[in-house]
Design a protein around this ligand. Structure first.
Ligand code: KMH
Ligand code: ZN
Length: 279
């Protein structure tokens, strides 16, 4: 059984660490662009933002000052739940990824295992995962467990058994599907992954690239939530580039309404995820 909400939590992942600003000029990379994207996405139905920051040269960064400034700006200028990525870029050292939590976001991602990531390797050792989980428990930061392959759900069950429930008490998972090296973005895969979901957990799903739409539809039909954004896909339709993140969030909101599970407001998302109200 999964925790249910009558509506759909829409998370926007606007930037990521993989696309270059030179190749994707409409990618939000400055703080101003990020805040504007957040506001636009909130207006059309998003209630959480998954954040990767960039430095002044638009390179992926885990700079502490900038992370703190970003959390403050998003809290000040939007109502969105602010989730920082602890995944960073595949080249980021573990210490820097752990230090992301010092910026005290509402939520942070926690990837549940190592996975081939295109031609690279996205490294997530067991001890590192445990350390992330414990630091989030201590700081009352709500994790989103990112799952790139089904075996990582077995690791999540082990983590909860051995180290207890996350901050807030509720388990929320994001199935990241269609990464070359991870699980494929298909309905069959999503359905089988759900069999390993921890008792009472809720889930979102994200389809990378061209798996975006099939994964979105499969997730909605299975009672799941949605993550969309330019971190995950740059094409809106065959031969059509994404205009901006709000276009993707608006489509997710429209499909949620068609599925009779309309986008939930931030307050309901806080309750669903167990994020403290006094942020
Ligand atoms: N950029 C990827 C290597 C996360 O944000 O936690 C990892 C990633 C996952 O995006
Ligand atoms: Zn990410």
């Amino acid at each position: 059984m999964t925790a249910s909400s009558s509506g759909t939590l829409i998370t926007v992942a606007p930037t990521g660490a993989e696309h270059s600003k030179a190749e994707v000029p409409n990618l939000p990379v400055t703080l101003e662009e990020l805040v504007r994207t957040g506001q636009d996405c909130e207006r059309v139905g998003a209630s959480m933002i998954h954040v990767h920051i960039r430095d002044a040269e638009a390179r992926p960064s885990l700079d502490q000052g900038l992370l703190k400034e970003t959390v403050a700006a998003l809290r000040g200028e939007t109502n969105l739940i602010v989730q920082l990525s602890t995944g960073g870029a595949v080249t980021d050292p573990e210490e820097d990824r752990l230090a992301v939590l010092d910026a005290m976001p509402d939520s942070a991602s926690c990837t549940m295992g190592t996975v081939n990531f295109g031609d690279a390797v996205f490294m997530n050792r067991w001890e590192f995962i445990v350390e992330l989980h414990k630091r989030m428990q201590e700081r009352e930061i709500v994790p989103e467990y990112e799952i790139f392959d089904v075996g990582q759900l077995a690791s999540l069950n082990r983590l909860l058994d051995e180290h207890g429930a996350p901050a807030g008490g509720h388990v929320h998972v994001d199935l990241v599907m269609g990464v070359p090296g991870g699980m494929p973005g298909t309905t069959e895969m999503l359905t089988s992954a759900l069999r390993l979901l921890p008792q009472g957990a809720s889930f979102s799903a994200t389809g990378i690239g061209r798996t975006s739409l099939p994964v979105m539809l499969a997730s909605l039909s299975a009672g799941g939530h949605l993550r969309v954004g330019m971190e995950d896909t740059l094409s809106y339709a065959r031969g059509e580039r994404v205009r901006d993140n709000a276009q993707l969030a608006a489509r997710a909101a429209a499909l949620s309404r068609i599925a009779q599970r309309p986008p939930i407001a931030v307050d309901e998302a806080l309750t669903l995820l167990g994020v403290r109200q006094s942020r």
